[in-house]
Design a protein around this ligand. Structure first.
Ligand code: SF4
Length: 208
């Protein structure tokens, strides 16, 4: 496993921010199983979790206005650092007015990062424009087989759905994703679930 401090990397017209390697899941399709980076990036395994000033310094080296989207993802699950994620996005919005921020997330933060008096969607929606949430399956059973959430209760699937619906209700743009490692009939069930939520579904190709 190669380690580096690759905090930002480009994918097409977007700039991706790598804020953590922490993740409570072990998805069967996870790109981390096959590589040390993504989309031909430098290694994304971090020597340490970056501080806010380290992220800010890496971002300031980029021409932010030249990117269509700033995508917060991590080579891991970004909401594992929920307060850091909020602080970073709030800083981005104040420093670069008009930028478009997308969060790629498993939507499970309520299970491992409960916050008092405020839900994660209420915290994040004011500073994030779009939420891309891993639906992964059309049923809790297949979800658990695909996502393999570690030490998490059986209601992980419902928790993820609630996160998505709360973000939508608060006015954010939300989309679901599945990866085509699941059979076509399960993709169809995922589509029906997404339709029932009124949230578009994007079917991603598995990257080997
Ligand atoms: S949630 Fe993301 S980082 Fe975590 S195991 Fe799944 S694909 Fe990998």
């Amino acid at each position: 496993m190669k380690k580096a401090m690759t905090l930002t990397y480009e994918v097409g017209n977007n700039l991706y921010l790598n804020i953590t390697n922490q993740c409570p899941c072990n998805c069967v399709f996870c790109i981390r199983k096959n590589d040390d980076g993504a989309y031909e990036s430098d290694p994304l395994w971090l020597e340490h979790e970056p501080s806010l000033s380290e992220m800010q310094s890496a971002i300031q080296k980029r021409n932010i206005s030249s990117y269509a989207e700033i995508v917060v993802c991590g080579y891991g699950e970004p909401t594992m650092r929920l307060s850091f994620l909020y602080d970073l996005c709030a800083w981005l919005k104040s420093e670069y007015p008009g930028i478009y921020i997308r969060l790629n997330t498993n939507g499970l933060t309520a299970l491992y990062y409960p916050i008092k008096d405020q839900s994660a969607p209420a915290l994040l929606v004011p500073v994030i424009d779009e939420f891309s949430i891993s639906l992964n399956a059309g049923s809790p059973e297949i979800y658990n087989q695909v996502t393999k959430p570690r030490n998490l209760p059986d209601h992980a699937y419902d928790t993820m759905l609630k996160f998505a619906l709360d973000c939508k209700q608060l006015g954010a743009k939300v989309c679901f994703t599945v990866v085509d490692v699941i059979p076509p009939e399960e993709i169809q069930k995922a589509q029906e679930k997404a339709d029932a939520c009124g949230i578009p579904l994007h079917v991603r190709n598995y990257i080997r």
